[in-house]
Design a protein around this ligand. Structure first.
Ligand code: 5GP
Length: 192
């Protein structure tokens, strides 16, 4: 998505440790006009998938998922990061290792909000090593629901997540795939 690539080049900041900061337009301050274009693009890509729900993870995925959901006219469920899992069996859970914070936490979704009838589109802001997505996939599969597709705004193609998730046989589409980025000179290359 050219508009997104241009914006990343203009306003993205490359940090050490393979972190791309896009908090001036995506995950702190949010440019809603850009998010609308992102939502339309996800709609175009996943138009043929008959989804009835979008699943994301707090916090950065929520805004993107909500805007996308307006084009599909479906509800959004977001996985919550939990301090501890309650043991009454009312939630689906998975363990996720955070790429940016380097710690492991549990994410949960109430069993009330995903069932075996659901056809899910997963949406998230970034794909790095694929841990967050693997956790969301585990939750959907525990519920017996189907994954119709996965939409990512920015995939860092030089990290392992894209291959890991595509090898699971799910339709994964990223709007911008960063092939390489250099914190020293600020250069960034995209996969076409
Ligand atoms: P993964 O689980 O694929 O390793 O990492 C995905 C999650 O880590 C995303 O949900 C995102 O919040 C965060 N993340 C990973 N890499 C980056 C990055 O380069 N920049 C930002 N802002 N977040 C990232």
């Amino acid at each position: 998505m050219k508009l997104l690539q241009d914006r990343i080049r203009r306003d993205g900041v490359i940090k050490s440790g393979n972190v791309l900061k896009v908090d001036s337009f995506l995950n702190h301050q949010m440019d809603i006009e850009l998010l609308n274009e992102i939502g339309k693009e996800f709609k175009r890509i996943f138009e043929e998938c008959s989804i009835n729900k979008i699943l994301t993870i707090e916090a950065s995925g929520i805004g993107i998922a909500c805007i996308t959901a307006q084009y599909f006219k479906v509800p959004v469920v977001f996985a919550k990061k939990a301090q501890s899992i309650n043991i009454d069996g009312a939630v689906y859970s998975a363990k996720i290792e955070s790429f940016t914070h380097k710690k492991t936490y549990d994410v949960i979704v109430s069993k009330k909000f995903i069932s075996s009838e659901d056809r899910i589109l997963i949406i998230d802001d970034f794909l790095a090593n694929g841990c967050a997505l693997a956790g969301l996939i585990e939750i959907v599969r525990s519920a017996g629901a189907s994954i119709e597709g996965i939409g990512i705004v920015i995939e860092k193609g030089f990290q392992s997540g894209g291959e890991l998730i595509r090898n699971m046989g799910v339709k994964l589409e990223s709007l911008a795939i960063v092939e390489s980025m250099n914190a020293e000179d600020g250069s960034i290359e995209f996969r076409e």
